[in-house]
Design a protein around this ligand. Structure first.
Ligand SMILES: NC(=O)c1ccc[n+]([C@@H]2O[C@H](COP(=O)([O-])OP(=O)(O)OC[C@H]3O[C@@H](n4cnc5c(N)ncnc54)[C@H](O)[C@@H]3O)[C@@H](O)[C@H]2O)c1
Length: 314
């Protein structure tokens, strides 16, 4: 996978493009207009600069990475000779289907088409595809250039098994930690677990059990602290299965099991209290403090990234 095209260079696409360029691929970024492409370039520059300041990469690495990146608003040029095309357009099925139709008309039969969809099953993404066997989902987490996990989703009996292996090996070469789902399931794995946790966090907040700050502290200073290096199931082996079984007997019946997102979230949306972008969510922000929060988040992620690489001997 030496020549890769990224279709859609927003929050996720620019990071995926950066990652592949950092690992020596020739990456073409494609978006609808120059403004989107300029934004992507500047996000990549900022991200690489932050990596230099943390001594994760050198100035020379940054130059090389930038030299591997090119931008275009011409789809034909963008996909010309691509071995893999990564679709990272908004989560709207019809938009994704139109995009695949346009791509398949331009690329060779061998070109891999990977989607970063958060939730749309491959069976829906490939309706109308000329070659469904070359489609795959590679689901990244933001920021894609930093967070190691990539969930790979295939279609049993349709996806070419050689392709599956090739994508897995390629992602490992890019320093990622890919996992292949044995069966397709809505939300894949990480978002299912994240949403189960969010449902309970929202319930605790809605019922006044603790403040937003304290709920966040509980996760950051307990589960989050552990989970970087110890998954929930291996953790059970250390704790002993019996303890969790007994706790489960007491707690499972009283955990939140609402089937729709909590009403207060809709109220927050109606009041434009949607987080940093409206200067108010669970917390209050100014323009500056909101930006600082995101900068600090990225900075902390890079520290964990370094620590993790050190542990893995990278
Ligand atoms: N944001 C996240 O945290 C996240 C995480 C995992 C997966 N995803 C998934 O990744 C995909 C992209 O999400 P995002 O957050 O990067 O969206 P985004 O809105 O930030 O970026 C989408 C980009 O696609 C471009 N675009 C729109 N229509 C296009 C077209 N027809 N051709 C080419 N480019 C087009 C837009 O100009 C924009 O730059 C979605 O499927 C989303 O569900 C997002």
């Amino acid at each position: 996978m030496k020549k890769i095209t990224i279709i859609g260079t927003g929050v996720m696409g620019h990071g995926i493009g950066q990652l592949y360029a950092q690992h020596g691929c020739e990456v073409t970024l494609y978006d609808l207009n120059d403004e989107a492409l300029n934004n992507a370039r500047s996000m990549i520059t900022d991200s690489l600069s932050a990596m230099i300041s943390k001594e994760i990469i050198s100035e020379e690495d940054m130059k090389e990475t930038m030299a591997h990146l090119s931008c275009t608003t011409d789809l034909k040029k963008a996909v010309d000779g691509a071995e893999m095309v990564v679709e990272v357009v908004p989560e709207i099925l019809s938009l994704k289907l139109d995009t695949y139709r346009a791509i398949e008309a331009l690329v060779s039969e061998k070109t891999v088409i990977a989607s970063n969809t958060s939730a749309i099953p491959l069976t829906e993404l490939t309706q109308g595809a000329l070659h469904p066997e070359r489609f795959i989902i590679t689901h990244y987490f933001a920021p894609a250039q930093i967070i190691p996990l990539v969930e790979i989703i295939q279609m049993d009996g349709v996806t070419d098994p050689k392709l599956l292996k090739e994508v897995e090996v390629f992602l490992k070469m890019c320093g990622k930690s890919p996992i292949i789902l044995k069966k397709e399931v809505p939300g894949f794995i990480a978002n299912r677990m994240q949403m189960a946790l969010m449902r309970e966090a929202f319930w605790l907040y809605e019922n006044g059990i603790a403040s937003a700050e304290d709920i966040d502290t509980v996760i950051k200073d307990s589960l989050g602290f552990r989970y970087v290096f110890l998954g929930p199931l291996e953790g059970q082996d250390i704790a002993g299965i019996g303890t969790t079984y007994n706790v489960g007997l007491k707690l499972f019946p009283v955990l939140d099991d609402t089937k729709v997102p909590h009403a207060f979230l809709k109220e927050m949306m109606d009041n434009n209290t949607v987080g940093i972008r409206s200067n108010k969510g669970f917390y209050e922000y100014t323009e500056e403090s909101g930006k600082e929060k995101i900068r600090k988040r990225n900075d902390n992620f890079l520290e964990v990234f370094k620590l993790r690489n050190k542990q893995l001997g990278k």
